[in-house]
Structure formats: C-alpha cells, structure tokens
Design a binder for this molecule. Structure first.
Ligand SMILES: CC(C)(COP(=O)(O)OP(=O)(O)OC[C@H]1O[C@@H](n2cnc3c(N)ncnc32)[C@H](O)[C@@H]1OP(=O)(O)O)[C@@H](O)C(=O)NCCC(=O)NCCS
Length: 177
C-alpha cells in the first residue's frame, strides 16, 4: 500500500517518521496508554519506540495503515490512529492521544477521517472498534465517530495490567448513513 497524508481541518494524519520516536516513547509510558494500548512486556526505551515507529511506517504488507495525528500548523504530534488487520474488506481501528491533546476531540476526528478514507479509497466494507468496558472515554470516541455498539465480548482481551477485561464491540459499515 502507498503512503498517504489525510487532512482533517486543523489536523494532519501522516505516516510515522523516525523523528517521532521520542514523543512515542513518552506517550507509550503514559499510564492510560500503557493500560489500554499495551505494547507487551518490558520497558519502553528509545529502541522500542524507534522500532514501534518503523514498524508502523512500513505499509508494504498491505495489512495495516498506521498514521501519526499531528497539528497541521506546526506539526505537533498529538496521537496515533491505525487500521489493523486489513483483509477482504474488513479492518479494525485503534488510537491514542498524548495527555496534552485530550479533551478536544482529536481522537474522534482522526477516527472519522481514517474511516472515511478506508471506505472511499481502500474500498473496505466493515471496520471494527473494540475497547474495554472499563474505558469510558474510548466508548465516547466510538459513539461520536459513528461506530454502532454491537455487543459485549466477555473477558476478551488482556490489557496492560495483565488482567482480562470485557470489551464493547463497535463497528461502522460503508453502507451506514
Ligand atoms: C480515549 C482517548 C483516545 C480519547 O482521546 P480524545 O480524543 O482526546 O477524547 P476526549 O478527551 O475529548 O474525550 C472523549 C470523550 O470521553 C469523555 N470522557 C473523558 N473522561 C471520561 C471518563 N472518565 N468517563 C466518561 N467519559 C469520559 C469526554 O468527556 C469526551 O466525551 P464528549 O465528547 O461527550 O465530551 C484518550 O483519552 C486516550 O488516549 N486514552 C488512553 C489510551 C486509550 O484509551 N486508547 C483507546 C484504546 S481502545
């Protein structure tokens, strides 16, 4: 898959770059991101952050499209939004925002923009969004981004503290109004 950049008002979604690694290192150490976007065991150091960025910058397998969410003016890195498991018209979406960027709908706007692109340009039909029931801000992001709630998955995912949590499954279809 070819890299793209997507504008969304004052946000720019763009592919990850090596120079994002220090901000990613700090973000992945944030307690809320460590809990709800776990990266596996071990400390998050510069090397881990650089590998994280490079893996996400490599779209060559065609199974993911991972974007840095930045301010279009100035380029400050605000968060992450990614389509994962792209296969046969389906994908799942994930996201986080740095603590300083929260509370201004950055995640909602990034999820809407990437989803619209997934339907219009990748030709996907269904995008799923899962979050822990214990993570209400993420549920608000899903609802505000138009992802309908489809049910509760019981103890379906092991999050950062090593415990299994119930999750809400949400999804958007290309044919949703
Ligand atoms: C979830 C997250 C991405 C939302 O980021 P954001 O775009 O900045 O969203 P906001 O801070 O505007 O909050 C989104 C909504 O959650 C609500 N919210 C915030 N804290 C809340 C809480 N403790 N309980 C209930 N709702 C809460 C906000 O009021 C807002 O709702 P509104 O739009 O109706 O006002 C961000 O908090 C984050 O990165 N969290 C840690 C990682 C994470 O949870 N990732 C998602 C994994 S599925």
């Amino acid at each position: 898959m070819e890299h793209v950049e997507l504008a969304a008002a004052d946000l720019l979604l763009r592919p990850w770059r090596d120079e994002d690694a220090p901000t990613v290192r700090d973000a992945l150490r944030d307690p809320a991101i460590a809990q709800w976007n776990p990266q596996g065991r071990g400390p998050i150091d510069d090397e881990v952050a650089l590998l994280w960025v490079r893996r996400r910058a490599d779209w060559s397998a065609g199974d993911h499209a991972s974007m840095a969410v930045t301010e279009s003016a100035g380029g400050t890195l605000l968060g992450s939004v990614s389509l994962h498991h792209i296969h046969d018209g389906d994908a799942s979406i994930g996201y986080w925002t740095v603590p300083a960027a929260r509370g201004r709908q950055v995640a909602v706007r990034a999820v809407v923009r990437l989803t619209d692109w997934a339907f219009a340009d990748l030709g996907l039909h269904r995008v799923e969004l899962c979050h822990a029931v214990a993570n209400p801000p993420s549920c608000r992001v899903a609802e505000r981004a138009g992802y309908l709630a489809e049910g509760t998955l019981r103890e379906s995912y092991r999050y950062g503290d090593g415990r299994r949590y119930d999750e809400h499954l949400h999804a958007r279809l290309a044919t949703d109004r």
